[in-house]
Design a protein around this ligand. Structure first.
Ligand code: FAD
Ligand code: SF4
Length: 333
């Protein structure tokens, strides 16, 4: 393993100042923050990540879950995934988020993993994790062997000719339908980014996955006030029942009045190069009768732009059925 310096900054300002010296914020960055380390240390052991300095942010005061004055929720960046999923207010008002997190990884990993780290977890594409192989995301310009190789688990939405890797997070799919905002403190001040703008499509720069700049520290995430009476479901389909990433998943927040859908927020996981919010499905569902025919129409709309690779065409129908069933389950809940 690459030799690195391990630092515990005394406060956020010191952490940001140290990280701002990095040449890049993402792939290849020589200074990295560390939350739970369940992505970072994993990739350092594989020599995929080789930072010179690792800044442990666990002692910074970013570990609280608090109500906001407008009735929403403020979630610190170092809050553990388990604590978030099991928080009474999350289980009551943001059930889709609790379900998504509890469907991910294992209890041990969720106990370590942080909210900030989960937002930035890396793809599970096997070529990305193998330094003997070329990979545009790991080594820009080296090529993408997945396009002609093993791509069963990879993306059908948002891919480019340079990268077809999926974003693997369950939590982010739920945060997409809850319209979360990511709060960042950097060397030039603070800013707030809607989650839909936080992750980038791969385009010709798949090595750049988010809008983060060198020194940017995610401090917290906010969720808006819960939608009264909404029905929420996260459904994840995978090759085995636990300790496995999504082949496809669907996050659904529905409001139904007198049998009609008055509001729909839809996102898919396991199929997109970023957590995949679907305005197309939301438009197809809104103001329609809440029945199985409508749910199927919403699912058709969500997958209309899907482009399969050689091994993952099955994901299109699987994702449609997953979303239609998640909508059905939410409607009858
Ligand atoms: C075996 C296994 C199975 C898994 N299964 C699933 C699954 O089914 N579903 C799923 O969604 N996930 C799964 N995961 C991924 C897991 O959820 C992530 O590894 C975890 O959420 C990352 O959080 P962390 O705090 O450990 O991140 P870290 O490893 O500490 O950090 C990850 C990245 O985020 C950066 N970072 C961390 N905190 C901040 C911050 N506050 N500001 C700026 N940058 C920051 C780090 O520099 C690093 O680049 C699995 C992981 C493993 C190892
Ligand atoms: S799909 Fe992306 S991560 Fe996978 S090999 Fe191609 S460039 Fe690398």
């Amino acid at each position: 393993m690459h030799i690195f310096e391990f630092i515990r900054p005394k406060d956020s300002a010191a952490a940001i100042a140290a990280a701002a010296q990095s040449k890049t914020a993402q792939q290849g960055a020589d200074v990295r923050f560390m939350g739970g380390g369940t992505t970072l240390i994993d990739l350092m052991k594989l020599n995929v990540e080789t930072p010179d300095r690792v800044l442990d942010i666990n002692r910074l005061p970013l570990d609280k879950i608090e109500a906001t004055p407008d009735g929403g929720l403020k979630i610190g960046a170092t809050v553990r995934n388990s604590d978030l999923a099991n928080h009474p207010k999350v289980q009551r008002d943001y059930l889709v988020l609790s379900q998504a997190i509890l469907n991910g990884a294992s209890a041990q990993i969720r106990n370590m993993a942080t909210v900030g780290g989960n937002l930035l977890q890396r793809t599970r594409c096997m070529y990305f994790r193998d330094t003997a192989m070329p990979c545009n995301k790991r080594e820009p310009g080296s090529g993408c062997p997945a396009i002609t190789g093993s791509n069963r688990t990879l993306a059908i939405l948002g891919a480019s000719e340079h990268c077809i890797a999926t974003n693997p997070s369950d939590m982010c799919v739920a945060m997409a339908v809850l319209e979360a905002t990511i709060h960042i403190q950097g060397s030039k001040g603070s800013r707030a980014i809607p989650i839909s703008d936080f992750h980038l499509l791969p385009g010709s720069t798949p090595n750049r996955e988010t809008v983060l700049e060198p020194g940017d520290l995610i401090t917290h995430v906010t969720l808006p006030r819960p939608i009264a009476g909404s029905k929420q479901v996260y459904l994840k389909l995978r090759d085995r029942a636990s300790y496995e990433f999504a082949l496809v998943s669907a996050a659904v927040v529905l409001t139904i009045a007198s049998g009609n859908i008055t509001r729909a927020r839809i996102a898919l996981g396991g199929v997109g190069t970023k957590p995949w919010r679907s305005p197309e499905a939301e438009a197809a569902l809104t103001s329609k009768v809440a029945n199985d025919a409508t749910f199927r129409q919403g699912a058709e709309a969500a997958l209309r732009g899907a482009k399969p690779q050689s091994e993952n065409g099955f994901k299109i129908e699987l994702a449609k059925r997953c979303l239609a069933y998640a909508l059905h389950t939410a409607a009858v809940s």
